[in-house]
Ligand binder design. Structure first.
Ligand SMILES: [Cu+2]
Length: 129
């Protein structure tokens, strides 16, 4: 292999530096990789009709569904752990529940791909139709 000239070595060095800088810029920091809730059904503060209610939470990153939890606090303040569907898009948690009228609080806890847990809740109302 021919020895690179001084000029081409400098060029190679510049390209490698640029590639390294780009890799650092693109690497997600821990904070950015945390799962943040982007949208939910029912939406926070929404009112939905009684019956079988489809529940879906969409996050900003892939989550470990097997190590995430959904707990529904019912109008009588009792809590029910909801089964999480293991199929579907990796950034969504989906389940459903048969709900009677009243105020509900859906508490979520998710494990993001960076190994960090985040949690929060979505309050909504179920009304009689
Ligand atoms: Cu994190």
């Amino acid at each position: 292999m021919p020895v690179p000239s001084r000029a081409s070595r400098r060029t190679i060095g510049a390209v490698m530096f640029a590639a390294a800088a780009a890799a650092i810029a693109l690497a997600p920091s821990g904070a950015e990789a945390h799962a943040i809730l982007e949208a939910s059904t029912p939406a926070a503060g929404a009112s939905v009709g009684a019956g079988n209610v489809a529940i879906e939470l969409r996050f900003n990153s892939r989550i470990d569904k097997g190590r995430s939890r959904l707990v529904l606090v019912k109008p009588d303040h009792s809590e029910a752990k909801l089964p999480i569907a293991q199929d579907g898009p990796p950034e969504k948690l989906r389940t459903s529940a048969a709900l009677t009228p009243g105020a509900y609080d859906l508490r979520w806890q998710v494990l993001a791909i960076d190994g960090h847990i985040t949690r929060g809740d979505v309050r909504f109302d179920v009304t009689d139709h």
